[in-house]
Design a protein around this ligand. Sequence first.
Ligand code: SF4
Length: 288
Amino acid sequence: MRYLSANTYYRNMFGHKMYRISLSLPVTCPNRDGRVGTGGCIFCSEGGSGEFADPFDDIERAISRIRGKAGNDAGYIAFFQSHTNTYCDPGYLHDRLVQATGHPGVEAAAVATRPDCLPDEMISMLADFNKTYPVFVEMGLQTASDETARLINRCYTTDVFIDAVQRLKACNIRVTAHVIYGLPGETADDMMNTVKLVSDLGVDSIKMTCLYVLRGTVLEQMYNNKEFEVLGMEEYFDIVDKALDIIPSGMCVMRLTGDGPKKILIAPEWTKDKRAVINYINRRFGDG
Ligand code: SF4
């Protein structure tokens, strides 16, 4: 096996297949509302990376949509996906976690957030909840380079990410790091430094994606001005290949690339043919 896939990871943990139910809470992001920045990260769309998410109140409908293909033996992870899901009162998130895991078949929760939105009270609430239902905290690092971070308007330094991972791990909370390959100005070495950092920190899983240019973003303007080029498919998966050589065997690789929302996806063109991408991945890397 070339890497530990999400499928195998979840089967080892839960004993059966798990499906994610992507949900959207009415929260925003401190990098949009002015608390730490405005405009958001330059690649992020209005939906805050949650274009595929259902409103939280529609969780039952979201589950029933998946249930047909999932079968009776599968379990679900309530994935709080859009924007910054810990940018709220811990009590508010706790109540939503209780509600979500109250649905039959929901066996765990995943919470997408920023590392600068994890005060101790929030981590303590998540740690308590994690004793009953596994909680995965997902953070968008994107790059370990503070220089690139400034360019993409991430509005936190890599030290803040390191500190958050250490505090979460100290409370036995599982951490997923999101990284992006192909950010403007980044070399292959920069990208491997990012992979080395998350590997050294001992995060539980990693989600890799190529940089997408989405309509209405600052990145789109930069792309139109020819300030950078997007990665080709071979080029992108050569980087993934190198990353897999670095990632420890026990770290789950949740995905080898992401899924840009087609309606607003400008580039790279090759990512629009999902079937071709999956076939390529299977040929080159197997299914983990
Ligand atoms: S922190 Fe996340 S939700 Fe906020 S602007 Fe950046 S990518 Fe978007």
